[in-house]
Design a protein around this ligand. Structure first.
Ligand code: SAM
Length: 333
């Protein structure tokens, strides 16, 4: 039997995980992610078709990728989302397909997605307050979010992870209440530091100014000190979160600190943008465009290797080198 292929970058990291932004379109406009108006969406003809997504994923699976996460934009607004999940789950080397969503369309789609082979979902939830939810997402309805979470649980898309981007002066006061959700629910609430990607503009009346928004993980931990949280192993293996449990809780709380304590040395990922570019680092510009080769029916392995070879040792936010070529919704988070 042939030895399994592995993609190893210049720094010895094995690339086993692919995040695919399957569309840059979104049905919400979260203040830290997208502006309210004037968004330049990519040309629709540049969006990869389901066939093209499958071809890239299969090529990467041949080269050693084992886990795939679908994201966006909002992945559930693609009409062919169930087909995409089914076809990726059918690629023999792929061991897990998961998805990150804002939850607005999950109530209806959780069951068909689970039946198509989706294993887990991460759902974005930045606040427990219905009015604030509407303001942060610019129009989202928190009731739909809760119904989506319940549907995902019923469909067995577990363990459910809830992603909270923590913004000082906006939702940081809710850290204890969000953490408390894990006491009676087997959910994994993950607090994520705000990343400086395409969000330097003013967010509107009543939102904090740029220089006041960032809250480091160390400060988040201090705000949760009343819970005596204890470190535990991550519920789903070696992701970027540092994980803790409130004593006796069914779920966990995790902290993702791309800026404060960055985890680049263990990075095992590549990202595929909706318009077909392989991006080796979330927080550094630089991509290999596969679209032309895909559409010309040319082989992909050399281009894939080129992207892996370009993977930097780590991002350089500490040098004030910020990604500028894309918004978070185009990269997929
Ligand atoms: N629409 C889906 C959703 O809302 O989960 C998937 C796409 S969204 C870009 C993926 C994740 O990135 C979400 O959890 C979102 O909260 C997070 N995100 C977006 N902008 C961010 C930023 N500037 N800093 C940190 N996380 C961000």
């Amino acid at each position: 039997m042939a030895a399994p292929m592995t993609l190893i970058d210049r720094f010895g990291r094995s690339i086993t995980y692919l995040r695919i932004s399957i569309t840059d379109l979104c049905n919400l406009r979260c203040v830290y992610c997208l502006p309210e108006k004037g968004i330049q969406w990519q040309a629709r003809e540049n969006e990869l078709s389901a066939d093209e997504i499958i071809r890239v994923t299969a090529a990467l699976a041949c080269a050693g990728v084992r886990r795939v996460r679908l994201t966006g934009g909002e992945p559930l607004i693609r009409p062919d989302i169930v087909e995409i999940v089914r076809r990726i789950a059918d690629i023999p080397a792929i061991e897990e397909v998961s998805l990150t969503t804002n939850g607005m369309l999950l109530e209806r789609l959780a069951r068909p997605l689970a039946e198509a082979g989706l294993r887990r979902v991460n759902i974005s939830l930045d606040t427990l307050d219905a009015g604030k939810f509407r303001r942060i997402t610019r129009g989202g309805e928190i009731g739909r979010e809760w119904r989506g979470i319940a549907a995902a649980e019923r469909a067995g898309l577990t363990p459910i992870k809830l992603n909270t981007v923590v913004v000082n002066g906006l939702n940081a006061d809710e850290l204890p209440a969000l953490a408390r959700l894990t006491v009676e629910n087997p959910w994994h609430v993950r607090f994520i530091e705000l990343m400086p990607v395409g969000n330097a503009h003013a967010w509107g009346v009543g939102f904090p100014a740029r220089e006041d928004r960032y809250l480091p993980v160390q400060e988040m931990l201090t705000r949760l000190s009343r819970f005596d949280i204890e470190p535990v192993a991550s519920p789903t293996g070696n992701g970027p979160a540092r994980t803790f449990r409130i004593p006796g809780a069914l779920g966990t709380v995790g902290f993702i600190s791309p800026l404060g304590e960055h985890f680049c040395q263990n990075c095992n990922r590549l990202r595929l943008t909706a318009d077909g570019c392989l991006r080796p680092c979330l927080l550094m510009d630089g991509e290999t465009n596969l679209r032309a080769a895909l559409r010309a029916g040319e082989p992909l392995p050399q281009l894939i290797q080129q992207a892996v070879d370009a993977k930097p040792l780590g991002h350089e936010l500490f040098l004030q080198h910020y990604p500028e070529s894309r918004r978070m919704a185009q990269i997929g988070g």
